[in-house]
Design a protein around this ligand. Structure first.
Ligand code: SER
Length: 595
């Protein structure tokens, strides 16, 4: 196989798919518009969900793209050879057009044709769905692979755990898939060695999903009216495989940023395992932050939702920067390398260059100042620790005074074999919010509101608004985006037409009634499944069995949400909708304030 750059790979994929009648569409935003159940776009199919469900796409029924994605679930693993919080996915879609036959034969052709990836077909293995009570064994795909030239012994039937994809959120389109692997030629690790085991013999390169089902809120699989194909190939990982390098950090994607980091620190990337890990964390996190801030719907660091994730990753990069003597102000310099590397594919990065640089500089400066003191304080805490757990109040003190996100405290503690009482932390945070709220009421009198308490109140008002919209407009109304500043909330939701004056007035009235009733806002932890069973609305980034926090406001609103929230709706003041406008096709936007 010849060496291939990221630019070549994207180009080859898109041109190949174009030659098969696909229209090339641009990458959608990293902030999902069409899925209220996750914070970031996590797969190429994600922005296409409405079309996979039957809505007509303006570009037709065969689409292809390179989509920016963020997954932060494995952030603790970043630093090894393969985990990254940002990656790109190459994909092609059939929206009720072709199905298994074409998808499989084109996948085979792209992988093996000398004009495209030129992989020796003897190095390929594939897996197909073994069947269970919800869907039959996928004999058809197996037969198609055999016809293409993959011998039976390299076609593996695997269960749902391995060969079923989706939905991307809690509900949505999903189906059996067939995955393609490179066999690295190692000995089988056991009699039953297959692409399902992690001995390293097989590396996944591509996934063709045959989307035939819709998983509903009850967890049932309904057949989709329209049968679709959704394929996804991770660009970073495929580059590694094709170029025979072990780590994504050794691909051209990181070349200039890595060299810049070496120049800034005077250290060599691979001078020791510890240095290498710090380099990788910084490179990954700065790349992700660059894409988040520079997105077409760019975000900035904050204490809620997407903004909090961004803050966490920037601060984590700053902390690891300290381990390799990365000077203050370096993150934006590294970001510039990524802007240069990616700007031809994602022009929004160049358009938002100033914003990326200034936001990174601001957040880095803010946290760097506090970090030194915070680390000293942390050492003191450890020295005086009684037992193996840092209590919630202390973790909160590190957050409040030194800006340590609790995840950083947890990570520092884990390095010393110590735990953090996270529940205690959440309680201390809540208590603080109540106190600062009381304080803010005092200060408000002289015209100075505490911004944090105001944001928290607007966050609670957002839940009330969401519930009121469902009651006034339709139960199908769902959150498509939310942004809160100290002055106002902004809420995007799916709805096909402008709201009438009467509807706006009715929504305001309902929200203000709940505020007037002075209802307690309660917080509980439960599994996602339990939350769903109780009818909670979801905005979350977690798996079905995972534990989540649910906020309930009487019988008016119940949402899965990380908080924080006001203690009682009586704290909110008067709710006023200041604007109702279009956000994008089929999505409306409301701006509202608390007076
Ligand atoms: N949705 C599938 C994946 O993410 C294929 O695109 O792997």
């Amino acid at each position: 196989m010849e060496k291939i750059t990221s630019e070549n790979l994207r180009e080859k994929f898109l041109r190949f798919m174009e030659s098969k009648g696909h229209k090339i569409i641009p990458s959608a935003s990293l902030i999902p518009e069409n899925d209220p159940t996750v914070l970031f776009t996590t797969a190429g199919m994600h922005p296409l969900v409405p079309y996979l469900l039957g809505q007509k796409h303006p570009e037709g029924t065969r689409l292809t793209d390179v989509q920016k994605c963020v997954r932060t679930g494995d952030i603790d693993e970043v630093g090894d050879d393969s985990h990254c919080t940002f990656f790109e996915m190459l994909g092609n879609w059939s929206l009720g057009d072709y199905f298994k036959k074409e998808a499989i034969s084109w996948s085979f052709e792209f992988l093996t044709s000398p004009q495209y990836l030129g992989i020796d077909k003897n190095r390929l293995a594939v897996s197909v769905f073994a069947g269970d009570e919800t869907a039959p064994r996928d004999e058809e795909s197996a037969k198609l692979w055999e016809e293409a030239g993959i011998p039976k012994e390299r076609i593996f039937f695997l269960p749902r755990k391995n060969n079923w994809w989706g939905p991307a959120g809690l509900t949505g389109p999903c189906g059996p898939d067939t995955e393609m692997f490179i066999d690295r030629g190692y000995e089988k690790c056991s009699e039953t060695c297959s692409p399902a085991c992690d001995c390293g013999k097989y590396i996944e390169i591509w996934n063709d999903v045959f989307m035939q089902y819709f998983k509903n809120a009850e967890g049932k699989y309904e057949p989709l009216k329209q049968k679709n194909v959704d394929t996804g190939m991770g660009l970073d990982r495929t580059l590694c495989i094709l170029n025979g390098v072990k780590s994504v950090y050794d691909t051209d994607l990181f070349e200039t940023a890595k060299a810049k980091t070496e120049e800034l620190t005077g250290k060599k990337y691979d001078e020791s395992d510890e240095v290498k890990r710090a380099f990788r964390i910084i490179l990954d996190h700065v790349r992700t932050a660059t894409f988040m801030i520079g997105d077409q719907k760019g975000i900035t660091p904050s204490n809620v939702d997407q903004g909090y994730v961004l803050r966490r990753i920037i601060r984590r990069a700053v902390r690891f920067g300290r381990n390799i003597s990365l000077p203050q102000g370096s993150l934006s310099k590294i970001a510039e390398c990524f802007i240069e590397k990616y700007k031809n594919i994602y022009p929004e990065l160049a358009e938002n260059r100033e914003k990326i640089i200034s936001e990174l500089d601001k957040e880095e400066l803010k946290f760097s100042k506090a970090l030194v003191g915070g680390l000293k304080e942390f050492e003191k805490v450890i020295a005086h620790l009684d037992g193996d757990t840092i209590d919630g109040k202390t973790a909160f003190h590190l957050y409040d005074t030194f800006g340590f996100p609790v995840e950083i405290t947890k990570e520092l503690a884990a390095e010393k074999g110590i735990k953090v009482d996270e529940k205690g932390f959440a309680a201390a945070l809540e208590e603080h919010q109540q106190n600062s709220k009381a304080g803010s009421e005092q200060r408000f009198k002289c015209g100075l509101a505490d911004t944090e308490a105001q944001t928290v109140n607007l966050h609670t008002a957002t839940h009330l608004l969401h519930a009121a919209l469902k009651k006034v407009l339709s139960a199908d109304v769902n959150q498509r985006g939310s942004n809160i500043t100290a002055e106002r909330l902004r809420f995007d939701f799916n709805f096909p037409r402008p709201m009438t004056k009467e509807e706006i007035a009715e929504v305001e009235k309902l929200v203000n009634e709940v505020i007037a009733k002075k209802i307690d806002v309660t917080r509980e932890e439960m599994t996602v499944a339990e939350a769903k069973a109780q009818g909670a609305v979801g905005l979350f980034d977690s798996k079905y069995g995972e534990r989540v926090t649910v906020y309930t406001i009487g019988d008016f609103s119940k949402e899965i949400c990380g908080g924080p929230h006001a203690k009682n709706t009586g704290d909110l003041g008067k709710f006023v909708i200041t604007k109702e406008q279009s956000s994008s096709s089929g999505v409306r936007r409301i701006k509202a304030e608390l007076h």
